[in-house]
Design a protein around this ligand. Structure first.
Ligand SMILES: O=C(CO)COP(=O)(O)O
Length: 229
């Protein structure tokens, strides 16, 4: 019902829209979205492209189900599953090698923000991924800034706070490749809702959103997509 609500309200004009459900729903997603303007992807991937790794889902398997995107290094993966910067970098390489577009998440905790470590932390997270890539590969990645304290809490970073981090991530991307770095889409995630989306996405370096709670209601998700346009 959620997928058909989104498809019914989105014709592909304006902002680009994709959904990334938990892996067991990908086949259903493919069925419901094939031929529509909405693309889809996964929330995680294995660092291994092939081989015997029971329980893992490889990037090539995701391709089999029509995925274009994969979210990597979400703070819930880093925090609850011990994902290191190196593992996120390895997964990014695996995704790119299979032709998926990785959406690489970075973001600080409240304690890190209060200790003045936001920049150092986010830049180390992004740096580990950039170190694993050739400069030209920046053409094929998306970055998401998700302050952990803003995820699922209803507390959003102000547009100025988010823009400040996005600008520094942009600089880091441009140091790797001037042209592609300027064009990498940097999404903001963390309690983005219909009533704050336009203001956030009006910032020069906020190119879109990574939406959690508000994406579970088609009208809210559609309103955010419209704000992105
Ligand atoms: O983590 C998020 C998306 O992955 C953000 O979630 P919320 O939009 O619910 O804060």
């Amino acid at each position: 019902s959620l997928l058909s609500g989104i498809v019914a309200g989105y014709d592909g004009s304006g902002a680009e829209a994709a959904v990334c459900p938990p892996a067991p729903y990908l086949a259903q997603c493919q069925q419901a979205l094939q031929g529509s303007a909405v693309s889809w992807g996964a929330q995680d991937v294995s660092r291994h492209l092939s081989g015997a790794f029971t329980g893992e889902i490889s990037a090539t398997m995701l391709k089999d189900f029509g995925c274009r995107w994969v979210i990597l290094g979400h703070c819930e993966r880093r925090g609850n599953h011990g994902e290191s910067n190196q593992l996120v970098a390895d997964k990014t390489v695996a995704a790119l090698n299979a032709g998926l577009t990785p959406i690489v998440c970075v973001g600080e905790s409240l304690a890190q923000r209060e200790a003045g470590q936001t920049d150092a932390h986010c830049s180390a997270q992004l740096g580990a991924v950039l170190d694993a890539l050739e400069p030209e590969q920046l053409e094929h990645i998306v970055v998401a800034y998700e302050p952990i304290w803003a995820i699922g809490t209803g507390v959003t970073a102000t547009p100025e706070m988010a823009q400040a981090v996005h600008a520094r991530l942009r600089m880091q991307l441009k140091e790797k490749h001037a042209q592609h770095g300027a064009q990498v889409r940097i999404l903001y995630g963390g309690s983005m809702k219909p009533d704050n989306a336009a203001e956030l996405m009006a910032q020069p370096d906020i190119d879109g959103g990574l939406i959690g709670g508000a994406s579970l209601k088609a009208p809210d998700f559609l309103a955010i997509i419209a704000a992105g346009a």
